[in-house]
Ligand binder design. Structure first.
Ligand code: PLP
Length: 363
């Protein structure tokens, strides 16, 4: 891209997208417009026709996220809905897709249990091996980086170059980083998908997802799938996402600072067998993030940590205000029984360190 705004310019534009156009007496906050039908004496705006086609609140949130992604964006009612819609838009019977064996488990389950019946063939490769994986005949390469939950990195620009040679569509699930920590489209990816249920909304109160791409024809197909299959979010959920989005930069900086603060303790404590965290010199990430993988001796040791670290919460999911820990083996991830994924939240640092230390000492 010739004209790539800095991430802080994007945050500024996102925050002020509405206020720039206001006149005296207008509401500063984005109004929540809950309507399924529109007044249509002579319809000119094709997006103001019916609530399944579009909604002004949903559009406003798409505009804001689009400013962060620097790309046209469509909102979906969950992260998994973006996988489904994108797949319906680009795949056809006989196609092969490449997916990470250490990516989000529901994605593998979806292609395995649903799209396999439509003759879509799934190939799996671990994030650390994708640089050598053959891409010939692969229609769509779908990755996460860092991978989830072991946080291995994939070099997006290198993979994008290989995908261009084989004509494969490169899709990056950017849930873990958000557009603030990593911009896959600027590194050459064709499409970004995201579960906005996590850090993007950040308050653990809404499910949402988005698809962004600078490929207009592809976005038209995605929009057509959304219109006809009905996977449009409700305006209230979209509005909740916007409410969280406006503090994303603030929350992420606290979450990343908290990760920086706890890492030295985790690295040196005898109860920790292994630690997974992206290298801090990765050029493609602005910061290695707020997720840390920690392996304890076994399930019981991981349980003692979680109990001892109260009020940190045992919860699946991540990216919220509250620091949480999740033992991933119980969800079938290919990790040791004692592996926990820690998601650092927005607590004050001293109190967070105290809770974590209590947990470690209880192991
Ligand atoms: C949570 C998650 C999803 C699925 O998102 P939902 O909003 O739960 O549907 C997809 N990818 C990643 C990396 C996730 O963490």
């Amino acid at each position: 891209m010739a004209d790539t705004p800095s991430i802080n310019d994007r945050v500024m534009a996102m925050l002020h997208a509405r206020t720039e156009a206001l006149t005296t007496g207008d509401a500063i906050a984005e109004p929540l417009i809950a309507t399924s039908v529109f007044h249509l004496p002579n319809a000119t705006d094709p997006t103001r026709v019916y609530g399944r086609i579009d909604n002004p609140t949903v559009q406003a949130v798409e505009t804001r996220i689009g400013l962060l992604e620097n790309a046209p964006t469509l909102l979906f009612p969950s992260g998994m809905a973006t996988y489904g819609a994108l797949s319906m838009a680009v795949l056809k019977a006989g196609d092969a897709i490449l997916l990470l064996s250490d990516g989000y488990y529901a994605a593998r389950a979806m292609y395995d249990s649903i799209f396999a019946d439509f003759d879509i063939h799934m190939r799996l490769v671990a994030a650390r091996d994708i640089a050598e994986a053959p891409l010939d005949g692969v229609k769509m390469v779908l990755i996460e980086t860092p991978s989830n939950p072991t946080l291995d990195l994939v070099d997006i620009a290198t993979l994008a170059g290989r995908c261009r040679k084989t004509g494969s569509l490169l899709v990056v699930d950017n849930t873990v980083c958000t557009p603030l920590l990593q911009q896959p489209l600027d590194l050459g990816a064709d499409v970004v998908i995201s579960s906005d249920t996590k850090a993007m909304s950040g308050h653990s109160d809404v499910l949402m997802g988005h698809i962004s791409s600078r490929d207009e024809a592809l976005m038209e197909r995605v929009q057509n799938v959304r219109n006809l299959m009905g996977a449009i979010p409700g305006p209230f959920e979209a509005w909740l996402l916007l409410r969280g989005l406006e503090t994303l930069e603030l929350r992420l900086s606290r979450m990343c600072a908290n990760a920086d603060a706890v890492l030295p303790i985790l690295r040196t404590h005898a109860a920790v067998k292994t630690l997974h965290y992206p290298a801090s010199n990765s050029a493609q990430m602005a910061h290695p993030g707020f997720l840390i993988g920690v392996t304890f001796a076994d399930t019981a040791a991981a349980g003692r940590f979680i109990d001892g670290a109260a009020p940190l919460i045992p919860a699946t999911s991540f990216g919220g205000l509250h620091s949480s820990a999740d033992r991933r083996a119980r969800w079938g991830d290919d990790v040791e029984d004692g592996f926990l994924r820690l998601s650092l939240g927005c607590e004050p640092e001293a109190q967070l360190l105290a809770a974590l230390t209590r947990g470690l000492d209880a192991v």
